[in-house]
Write a protein that binds this ligand. Structure first.
Ligand SMILES: [Fe+2]
Ligand SMILES: [Fe+2]
Length: 481
């Protein structure tokens, strides 16, 4: 463990940002801490606050060995302020300040824009904890329960990450923002979370896995573009958040893969070849593949909305200012200013979805969404290999970006999953061929029974291929109180 990246545990808040020499920010965080704990106790995992959970905690932000695993009661988890190591002589990589030294303080002219970026990112983190707070009670195994709680404490740490930036760099405004982040509630009609997908319910474990696959992946893309920020503290914070985010992607992708695997194996063992024979498959106590497809359609379309409108001057301004870059900006071969470039944007022309060239600067949301879609498609290809290996003739597909949208070009129209534009009436009648119905939800809910025997798994999901931290199959990941 090198000193430059090690985490200091001497203050009440673990950190590698020198909080012991920054009394003003330390005091602000200490004043925020009790309200945060109230929020966690009220809105964090319901019924498991006294359980001992085998969690990883960051003890170093270096490339190797940043995590230490141990049994922890979640309210005692060491939420901390962890920034990735500074890059020496870092320069801004895009926009009108390209080539200038990265900023260590907030540039006055961009204060409002930066503050807004921190608040929006910060708001999503506690929202997902709120959405997932009841899932422990129906966990299909202690392994899965532990993974859920790991995701929850890390999302909560991501809130800390944004609160630190707000309190350190945005004065009284930032302190007020930090308070407000504890006041909004997912799904609350009076004070909802800021973005749509974070006000939806996560009623069952298939939703949880889909959420971590699709919605956390939006988070990953946003963090990837903020990691390029010319505001260096934001870049360093998000770079470390991304290392945690990788586990969330893993939980989602392998979670759905294990559901698919169990379903296909049960079908094969029962001699059922027709994946569309929903009744026969459900009678086996597993989730039929068409329902899994419907869940994917829902979570994908909700997550696409998080990218905002295809054409956006806000996105152009944030890029121009050097605050928010593109996915893997440094690997792209162009001038990184985009003043004269174009980008193909899917648009509605005469009732049809066609690609139209738009100024690249205003099309940055569209570009990030395309990068996201490619990233998601790679995961889906891996799900399909699981199906293929069992010989079942079914493939999970991503629906068209025109399908089931509430934001952007396709919000006013309806399309089928192939992207053919259809009348609203047709969509209404066929809705539950493409999106989960309440009956589908009831069926999934009927399978959700908590499994607390170490090494045991609910019948609708296959065990994982290996344990967390190389633990054996019967490891007790959660000691219930
Ligand atoms: Fe997060
Ligand atoms: Fe996440």
């Amino acid at each position: 463990m090198s000193d430059a990246t090690a985490v200091n545990y001497e203050t009440s808040i673990p950190n590698n940002v020198g909080l012991s020499h920054d009394r003003r920010v330390l005091r602000a965080l200490e004043r925020w801490h009790p309200g945060y704990l109230d929020w966690w106790n009220q809105m964090g995992p319901d019924g498991f606050q006294d359980s001992l959970v085998y969690l990883r905690t960051a003890v170093d932000v270096g490339a190797k060995g940043w995590a230490k695993f141990d049994y922890v009661r979640m309210p005692d988890y060491r939420w901390g302020i962890l920034l990735a190591s500074p890059v020496e002589d870092r320069v801004i990589g895009f926009g009108q300040h390209r080539g200038e030294p990265a900023w260590q303080e907030v540039p006055g002219e961009y204060r409002a824009m930066l503050r807004r970026l921190c608040v929006i990112q910060g708001d999503t983190e506690p929202a997902s904890v709120e959405q997932q707070r009841h899932l422990g009670k129906t966990a299909p195994s202690l392994y899965d329960m532990r993974n859920l709680f790991q995701v929850n404490v890390e999302e909560a740490r991501h809130l800390w990450a944004m609160v630190y930036l707000l309190q350190k760099y945005f004065g009284r405004d930032g302190r007020e923002d930090a308070e407000d982040l504890l006041l909004r509630r997912s799904g609350d009609p009076d004070r909802p979370r800021m973005l749509g997908a974070f006000n939806e319910e996560t009623p069952d474990w298939l939703s949880f896995f889909m959420f971590t696959f699709f919605t956390d992946r939006d988070g990953k893309m946003q963090l990837e573009s903020l990691a390029r920020s010319g505001f260096d503290p934001l870049s360093r914070t998000t770079r470390f958040m991304l290392t945690e985010e990788a586990h969330h992607m893993f939980v989602g992708e392998t979670g759905v893969a294990r559901v698919i695997q169990r379903t296909c194996e049960a079908m094969r063992d029962a001699g059922i070849e027709d994946a569309d024979d929903v009744e026969a498959v459900r009678a086996l106590g597993v989730i039929d593949l068409p329902t899994i497809q419907k869940k994917a359609n829902l979570h994908y379309s909700l997550s696409l909305d998080l990218f905002g409108s295809e054409i956006s001057t806000n996105a152009a301004n944030a890029y121009n200012a050097g605050l928010k870059g593109r996915y893997r900006e440094e690997r792209i071969e162009d001038d990184h200013r985009l003043e004269h470039d174009t980008y193909p944007v899917l648009s509605l022309v005469d009732g049809e979805a066609v690609s139209v060239d738009a100024p690249a600067l205003t099309a940055l949301n569209m570009r990030l969404r395309d990068d996201y879609a490619r990233d998601a498609a790679a995961g889906i290809a891996r799900w399909n290999r699981v199906i293929e290996r069992t010989g079942i003739a079914f493939r999970v597909t991503l629906p068209s970006v025109a399908f089931n949208r509430a934001i952007g070009t396709f919000a006013p129209i309806e399309a089928d999953p192939d992207g053919t534009i259809i009348p609203h009436e047709t969509f209404k009648t066929r809705r539950h061929d493409w999106l989960p119905s309440s009956a589908d939800g009831d069926f999934i809910a009927s399978l959700m029974e908590q499994q607390t025997e170490p090494g045991a798994y609910a019948g609708w999901i296959a065990p994982p291929r290996s344990g967390i931290d190389n633990k054996p199959g019967d490891f007790e990941y959660v000691r219930l109180s």
